[in-house]
Design a protein around this ligand. Structure first.
Ligand SMILES: [Fe+2]
Length: 345
């Protein structure tokens, strides 16, 4: 496709960037192929760029909203990830340019919390679980990193680690990965190998570092020593792995793979608080669950009484039991223990 320059003030949402844009330190801040939206255009103008190179398109530019662009970028990242896995399965090295392109485009969305939470909930395709799971875990890990107030460099390594955390699955025989029935002990041992396979595969990537590798290797380790591959304890587990573990469990539990209908996130929150109390870093899990719960304010739910109500308040000391307004009556689920949420509607 032909490329052309447009001035920073002629940029329009929907245009596609045709060459990487670097900051003064030489780091790519906007990668080739990224689709412009109002936020990115504002960043380009703020950073003082006078013009950018875009792909010329014969099609009429369709004005698209921020959310549509977010989804388009999400799908591109899924395709990008497929390409990386394809390369690995053919014995090639990981293309660090592809990884950088995806992680940069993810980090650029760091302030779009609402779009991230929605995308993680909606953009799922059970046939392509591994791909969307990798993007979801990257997005969620980034949010946790932001809520923990990590700096840019740490967030970049965290997102890269999250993006690659399950690449080792490509080396686990497909008949085990896709087996519809439960796994034998030997098959499960093989699945567990994905951490070491992923580590080995990522090790050779250009610009790789220890923080990224440890996130991949240790994301199934648990605080109480019950995890794998090494049964490490809390002090030995890298922070990237602790964060990825929280994002990984949340995404897996809310995915359609596990639940047939639209999952109730408050059940997942309760389940994580109950079943993973000694397994996850409590500070990290607490910050994540508290923040994520607040995005469900305003959602409508069906209660076990049959009534429909709106979530109006999250109880900070009991986040899985919010306050619901139903027919102008306020029901505090932390007090009315016989009433519970059945599903989001
Ligand atoms: Fe994993």
């Amino acid at each position: 496709m032909r490329k052309m320059f447009v001035s920073a003030y002629e940029c329009k949402p929907g245009m596609r960037i045709a060459e990487d844009i670097y900051n003064e330190y030489g780091a790519i801040i906007i990668a080739e192929n990224m689709i412009l939206d109002d936020y990115i255009i504002m960043r380009i103008q703020e950073m003082g760029f006078t013009r950018v190179k875009i792909y010329e398109t014969s099609e009429e530019m369709v004005p698209v909203g921020k959310t549509e662009l977010f989804k388009a970028q999400y799908n591109e990242n899924v395709d990008n990830f497929k390409g990386i896995l394809h390369d690995i399965s053919e014995g090639k090295d990981i293309d660090s340019k592809r990884v950088n392109e995806a992680t940069n485009s993810i980090i650029l969305r760091i302030n779009e919390n609402r779009d991230i939470v929605n995308a993680v909930n909606e953009m799922r395709n059970s046939d392509e679980y591994l791909y969307s799971h990798s993007i979801n875990v990257s997005l969620l890990s980034m949010l946790i990193g932001k809520w923990l107030k990590l700096d840019y460099k740490s967030i970049k390594s965290l997102v890269t680690s999250a993006y690659l955390h399950d690449i080792g699955m490509v080396k686990v025989p497909a008949e085990i990965v896709n087996k519809p029935t439960s796994l034998t002990a030997e098959e499960y041992d093989e699945v567990k190998m994905h951490c070491q396979y992923g580590f080995k595969t990522a090790e050779t990537m250009q610009d790789m570092n220890d923080d990224i590798l440890k996130g991949i290797l240790m994301h199934h380790e648990r605080e109480d020593g019950s995890g794998y591959p090494f049964g490490l304890n809390s002090k030995q587990i890298h922070d990237n792995a602790k964060i990825i573990a929280v994002a990984d469990i949340y995404d897996a539990m809310t995915s359609k793979r596990v639940y047939r209908r639209r999952i109730c996130h408050f059940d997942v929150i309760e389940c994580i608080q109950r079943d993973y109390f000694r397994k996850l870093d409590q500070h990290i899990a607490g910050i994540f669950l508290n923040n994520i719960a607040s995005y469900y304010i305003g959602e409508f739910v069906k209660l076990n009484t049959g009534a429909i109500g709106e979530i109006v308040h999250i109880n900070q000391n009991n986040i899985s039991k919010p306050i619901i307004r139903s027919n102008d009556v306020y029901i505090d689920l932390s007090k009315e223990r016989s009433i519970s949420i059945v599903e989001l509607v």
